[in-house]
Design a protein around this ligand. Structure first.
Ligand code: FAD
Length: 123
């Protein structure tokens, strides 16, 4: 089922039911200047925007629906280190060194979640 064809999936999610959302902004009708324009206000887009801001860039996030509308607002909230496939698959593709780096990144990602949770007071 395509997410875009099933808005009720979002409407009934835990996040949607518990979020306090600021008034939605209308469509962007004027010109904006920024160092980076991020398209999509899901985990990937917002994470990129936060990292960029922390490095001193000005950032605009453009979201077609509302923040967290896509997969990010529907997921199970499981933060599990590792990959969706066996590490040997990655090792075959990238070699041992790079596969180890990929694995380490999945551990760093868990740390980052904890850091962001504390920094943005997410409970
Ligand atoms: C049911 C479900 C359960 C899941 N459970 C887990 C889990 O437990 N743990 C886990 O780690 N992962 C889980 N996932 C996966 C995880 O949610 C996704 O990998 C992640 O949210 C993807 O984030 P994203 O920012 O790439 O995409 P999305 O969250 O989908 O964000 C993309 C955003 O871009 C916007 N957009 C698209 N096109 C445009 C455009 N042209 N202009 C402006 N905006 C646009 C969309 O409206 C959307 O808000 C789950 C996913 C689903 C669907």
């Amino acid at each position: 089922m395509k997410i875009s064809s099933e808005p009720k999936l979002t409407a009934d999610s835990y996040y949607e039911a518990s979020v306090t959302r600021p008034l939605s902004r209308g469509a962007l009708m004027s010109e904006l200047a920024a160092d980076v324009c991020v398209v999509g206000g899901g985990l990937a887009g917002l994470s990129a925007a936060i990292e960029l801001r922390q490095r001193g860039y000005s950032v605009v996030v453009l979201e077609a629906k509302h923040i967290g509308w896509g997969a990010s607002g529907r997921n199970g909230g499981q933060a599990i280190a590792g990959l969706a496939c066996d590490i040997s698959v990655i090792e075959k593709q990238l070699g041992t060194e790079a596969a180890k780096r990929v694995w380490d990144m999945t551990l760093e990602a868990i740390d980052l979640i904890h850091e962001r949770r504390a920094a943005f007071k997410i409970h």
